[in-house]
Design a protein around this ligand. Structure first.
Ligand SMILES: Cc1ncc(COP(=O)(O)O)c(C=O)c1O
Length: 437
């Protein structure tokens, strides 16, 4: 056998998927790890070389009720056996209608729903809805926000100039305002809220007339931007201004939704309601599905033919989402809150002895740990080493934050106490090794 053939054999035995992927995919979709996954169950994923890892990434906040959750799988299998596709521009079907009814029941009885496939697609829908219904086209979003990769959602995002580079001419105009960041501004949530709201007021005065703004898009907890919860007074201030000026307040709950924060939707913690709620990621535990849930004032002004799509509200994905709702209702949300409190306490204990400045924050099982060196510079190096080391230990964890210096923990809402403890132990060792190599 030639050297090349031997090499090839070795590659195949170990999977070799990562190398093969390098040959057939462009570098664009950057990956956090070199791992190749072959199966997953509950809280664990298995790699092609037979290793099991505790999954605290959940496919980026998607498998919110655990991989292969039996309740969800049963719904999927039953639906697969009856109807896989129909097309919601042709007719309706049971899982599609039932899911919309249940979402309306969870949000407000007067709301209406539109289904899509991905988070970005849903945000595009929400923006189109707001523009068509208000007859305006101004859009406002926040620095540090991330909303997707289509042109409008790339334009809405302001968490990395690299995401926008090269596309500027095709991006619609968006005004970006500061988002509260008490830790880095050495301030309080209330003072930060006042600062950012004042910046918005100034924008209305100097840059865009408020009565030409169709929508303001905000994440109640910034995800990619650093697991940064919006202070209640900030969201209240946004709500007041949107109501006063007839602007649609759009909450991007793509990452915060579906139980991630220990509530069905993050806005429930803050008691501030959006005009349009945008959902995706965890909604169907891994099948492609997204939804917008909007007020009748907007939805009833969205005429027939104003929007559509081939795969939106796929019967199997809707069936999976019904299963997710059952799991969350039947203990998932309670467990997320319980385990979230436990994990948070564990994280706070882990960072106390680190020779770094740290901030543990988040809601439920959407927890972030920002790390900075004593001179204030982002500890992205420590983060990268910690994630690498954690994967060796058997914990899959990824960073976020505009400087990639925030650890983000997003395990499933079905996390057990033992797995939470095991994850903390592995993370503790990984952090220790990263700061004291
Ligand atoms: C808050 C938020 N909005 C929008 C998106 C885009 O969703 P998708 O990747 O499904 O288009 C993401 C994805 O990470 C997200 O976290």
């Amino acid at each position: 056998m030639t050297d090349t053939a031997l090499e090839h054999g070795r590659e195949l035995r170990s999977g070799g998927l990562t190398e093969r992927a390098r040959a057939v995919f462009p570098p664009a979709a950057a990956r956090h790890t070199d791992l190749a996954f072959v199966r997953a169950e509950g809280t664990r994923v298995e790699t092609d070389d037979g290793r099991q890892l505790l999954d605290f990434a959940s496919g980026v906040a998607v498998t919110n009720v655990g991989h292969g959750n039996p309740v969800v799988m049963r719904r999927i299998q039953e639906q697969m056996a009856t109807l896989v596709h129909a097309g919601h521009n042709i007719g309706v079907y049971p899982s599609y209608v039932e899911l919309a009814e249940r979402l309306v029941g969870l949000v407000h009885p007067d709301r209406k729903v539109f289904f899509g496939n991905s988070g970005a697609e849903a945000l595009e829908s929400a923006v189109k809805l707001a523009m068509r219904a208000t007859g305006r086209n101004g859009l406002i979003a926040f620095k540090g926000g991330f909303h997707g990769r289509t042109l409008t959602t790339t334009a809405l995002s302001a968490s990395s100039a690299n995401y926008r580079a090269g596309y500027l001419a095709a991006l619609p105009t968006i005004q970006h305002v500061a988002f509260p960041d008490p830790f880095n501004q050495h301030s309080t949530p209330a003072a930060e809220s006042a600062r950012c709201l004042a910046e918005l007021d100034e924008l209305f005065e100097l840059v865009v007339p408020a009565n030409e703004v169709a929508a303001l898009v905000v994440e109640p907890v910034q995800g990619e931007g650093g697991y940064q919860p919006a202070p209640v007074e900030f969201l209240r201030g946004l709500r007041e201004r949107c109501s006063a000026h007839g602007i649609a307040l759009i909450f991007d709950e793509i990452q915060t939704g579906f139980g991630r924060t220990g509530a069905m939707f993050a806005y429930e913690h803050m008691d501030v309601r959006p005009d349009v709620l945008v959902l995706a990621k965890g909604i169907a535990n891994g099948l492609p599905l997204s939804a917008i849930v909007g007020t009748p004032e907007l939805m009833d002004r969205w005429p027939a033919g104003a929007h559509g799509g081939t795969f939106g509200g796929n019967p199997v994905a809707c069936a999976a989402a019904l299963g997710v709702l059952d799991v969350l209702r039947d203990g998932g949300l309670d467990n997320a809150r319980r385990q979230g409190t436990r994990l948070r306490a564990g994280l706070e204990a882990l960072v106390t002895d680190l020779p770094l400045r740290s901030d543990v924050r988040g809601l439920g099982l959407m927890l972030g740990v920002e790390l900075r060196h004593p001179d204030g510079s982002p500890a992205s190096d420590v983060l990268a080493a910690t994630c690498r080391r954690a994967a060796e230990e058997g914990l899959l964890i990824i960073p976020c934050g505009v400087h990639k210096n925030v650890l983000r923990l997003m395990p499933p809402t079905t996390l057990s106490t033992d797995d939470a403890a095991a994850a903390l132990a592995m993370l503790g060792r990984a952090l220790d090794a990263a700061v004291r190599p």
